[in-house]
Design a protein around this ligand. Sequence first.
Ligand code: FAD
Length: 427
Amino acid sequence: MTDATGTSVPGEPFDVLIVGGGPVGASAAALLQLAHKDARQPLRVAVLELNRPAATAPDAPLDSRVSALSRASERILTAIGAWPLIPPSRMQPYERMRVWHESVQPRSTDVLEFDAAYASEPNLGYIVENRLIQATALTAFESAGGKVIAGDLSRLHVHDRHVELATSAGTLLCRLVVGADGARSSVRESVGLAAEKSSYRQTAIVANVRTELPHERTAWQRFLRTGTLAFLPLADGCSSIVWSADDCAAEPLLAMSRSDFERELLRQSDGVLGAVRLRTDRQSFPLRKLTAHRFTAHRCALIGDAAHVVHPLAGQGVNLGLLDAAALCELISAAVRTREDPGAQRVLRRYERWRKSEIEPITLAIDGFNRYLAHGAGPLSRIAQRGLALVNRTDEVKRFFITRALGLAGELPEVARHPPSGRPSIS
Ligand SMILES: Cc1cc2nc3c(=O)[nH]c(=O)nc-3n(C[C@H](O)[C@H](O)[C@H](O)COP(=O)(O)OP(=O)(O)OC[C@H]3O[C@@H](n4cnc5c(N)ncnc54)[C@H](O)[C@@H]3O)c2cc1C
């Protein structure tokens, strides 16, 4: 039973309650809701979200918090009906990635170039505003009959057969709680799931810029000895920069005037896109790494940044989180269809094994790129720098990396495996 605000009255548990309606939690909720929409006994799914983004006017300037979404993510967002809600004027497909180290010339053959055409794909992915991914996924969930509860989790208590959550919207009960509440997850802390946390001692500086030369539907990334500078192409012809700079370098970059910062951008990008003009203020994000030792506990599962936070240099955070969401929902749905408890230990264990085995090698690889390409001048760094040029000359290896970038490697959930037209219906 629910009251007028949609809040569950204790005694009437939700089957699944997702804490955090960010891009990952909202998508998980929509996947579950849609998979059981027409079932005789539909699953009762709700999202608790503290800070729902306001609707974006179609002609509003593009926000500077964007994500590079992989093909797998596109398929998941299409399956829940969020993808068609993203206006084409606000998403930019990118067809190439050009990655180079500061020791080589940006237009030389030593630049690693990934082209969608190598994999016979129309593009490598899309650059989309985070708030739009979140907003469209929440809308898709509600359109399928799901409930978004505005509120903040303060405490939770796990009982044998249910979980009790104290929130600013009242007490909520559920059979399974999913922590999708980001890097500082209250769910993770409340159930006592320990995590390995460390600082990259870097700060990501994010802004939108206009460049003198066109972005050529290309994601540009230069490894500097003090971090990484990326230019992601935007639908309005501008680019979103993500400059992951060592803290000691980031501090003066944030403090300097706009025109000095623009000159630094020109210098550190090696002029590859010509002169650069800031279109938005600079925002900064301290970069931290986090890996939860376990992704599940009794009647609890973690997905997205609540479970793992990786360095943004490979643009993988949302993409990995959406695959967590799809994997967990696939296992829950299969269990519920055979009348099993959605919080059954067997289901949660399988989810944990599946996603941990995918996430761990990716985290190691991303950290390796950061340590040896974005830093250091030792022998391993020199080998890694030469490796970029070697990858560029080896078609097989290149194809391997493109498949990874498309998010189509590893053990994929069903919903991410096929293009929407070739996939069996989600229900
Ligand atoms: C500079 C930068 C660039 C990036 N670029 C990319 C990229 O190109 N591609 C990519 O895939 N990833 C990228 N990422 C990573 C990506 O932003 C994150 O991985 C992603 O936002 C994680 O999504 P999430 O839904 O798990 O968590 P979040 O986005 O953190 O969402 C968590 C949600 O939970 C809610 N919440 C939190 N606490 C509570 C509570 N107590 N009660 C109720 N609700 C709560 C919050 O309001 C929020 O809506 C980048 C990250 C950074 C820092």
